[in-house]
Design a protein around this ligand. Structure first.
Ligand SMILES: C[S@@+](CC[C@H](N)C(=O)[O-])C[C@H]1O[C@@H](n2cnc3c(N)ncnc32)[C@H](O)[C@@H]1O
Length: 343
């Protein structure tokens, strides 16, 4: 499905058919016990350890108290700093904190003194009464703060307002580097492709530096929904086309520039990563598919700009460097420049 921004009627229809990623509503067991500030913490943690749900239905701060008590309990239990213990801590915390629930009615938390979280209406328009875990609510709350307050990115005039579940940069060296590189870019500036567009940061820089058009894809529907919302019917929406899907989607014309800020950590072999974040983790086929597909779409003298974090190599969590690997064995591309941060 290609979302043509020029034809806003079709564009809006196609976007409204996308299903946003969101924490799925949780079923409440009929036997669920409530927790409030006078309840016994030890007895409540024992209930959680038995795999039973706990409902927070008085004050929001009761949930904060229980989560803090659970963290203290697990810190004592997994007391060493070994990698194994930290992993066990995280896994147990995730499992137990997911049992602490809050009720949502008419898009609002029913507990007193709770934060107002607009995602409860935007992401659950048809759910009138449901439950989410306290930690999911905390995640939605901080995502809402980022969304309403926005984030300033060096080189980009307006703040970006990241939609729920969409990657946004929290460090900016690579953005500044790309901005600088574009300043001295000498090719024609008709059209570029931005693979994994996220909040649109790289496309905004392309447009700022005179590209007439950018086509951004993303496998995450929230990225497309968020960009469609933030661009609305503005001039920008006629310069940045977007489509949800894998790598180049159905785009098959030749292009002069491809930009890609890919995920940077390989999915650990033989491990199941829960709620895998595809902005961060890549599967073993992603880069080989990208390089094969890119080759068939490049005009003569066209370029690919990849912004790759080598943190996974520096921290020895992998010895793979998919771009160096491609240059070494692929026989498809010639390295023009490689800019690295001074260490
Ligand atoms: C590191 S983020 C970069 C986002 C944005 N380009 C930026 O620079 O801020 C990687 C993005 O690639 C997207 N992505 C991951 N795998 C993809 C795939 N196979 N096809 C298209 N997009 C993908 C993720 O959803 C995420 O938005």
């Amino acid at each position: 499905m290609i979302l043509h921004s020029r034809s806003s009627k079709f564009f809006k229809m196609a976007v409204s058919n996308l299903q946003a990623n969101r924490p799925p509503p949780i079923q409440l067991n009929s036997t669920t016990i409530s927790f409030h500030k006078t309840s016994s913490i030890n007895a409540t943690i024992t209930t959680l350890l038995a795999g039973e749900q706990i409902l927070i239905n008085d004050f929001y701060s009761d949930g904060l108290l229980l989560v803090k008590s659970l963290q203290d309990y697990l810190t004592k239990k997994h007391s060493t700093n070994s990698f194994q213990h930290q992993r066990e801590y995280r896994a147990e915390y995730r499992a137990l904190s997911n049992l602490i629930l809050l009720e949502i009615q008419s898009h609002k938390l029913i507990v007193k003194k709770a934060p107002q979280i607009g995602w409860l209406k935007k992401l659950y328009p048809d759910e009138t009464k449901f439950y989410l875990s306290f930690s999911q609510i905390q995640g939605l709350n901080s995502a809402w703060q980022w969304y309403i307050n926005g984030i300033s990115i060096p080189g980009i005039r307006n703040k970006i307002h990241p939609y729920y579940g969409v990657y946004f940069p929290t460090r900016f060296e690579h953005i500044q580097l790309f901005d600088h590189w574009l300043k001295y870019y000498t090719g024609t500036k008709k059209f570029a492709i931005d693979i994994g567009i996220g909040c649109g940061v790289l496309s905004l820089l392309l447009i700022k530096h005179g590209f007439q058009k950018s086509f951004g894809t993303d496998i995450n529907p929230n990225a497309i929904i968020g960009l469609a919302e933030s661009m609305g019917d503005t001039k920008l929406s006629r310069m940045i086309d977007i489509e949800m899907g894998h790598l180049f989607c159905n785009y098959d014309k030749k292009i002069e520039l491809i930009v890609f800020n890919p995920p940077w950590i390989p999915i650990p072999k033989g491990e199941i990563v829960e709620n895998l974040d595809e902005a961060i983790y890549y599967n073993e086929k992603l880069f080989s598919e990208f390089f094969i597909e890119a080759e068939s779409r490049l005009l003569p003298d066209a370029k690919i700009a990849i912004l790759f974090s080598n943190i996974a190599q520096i921290t020895n969590s992998t010895d793979q460097h998919p771009i160096e690997q491609e240059l070494l064995t692929g026989g498809r591309y010639k390295l023009v420049n490689c800019f690295k941060k001074d260490s």
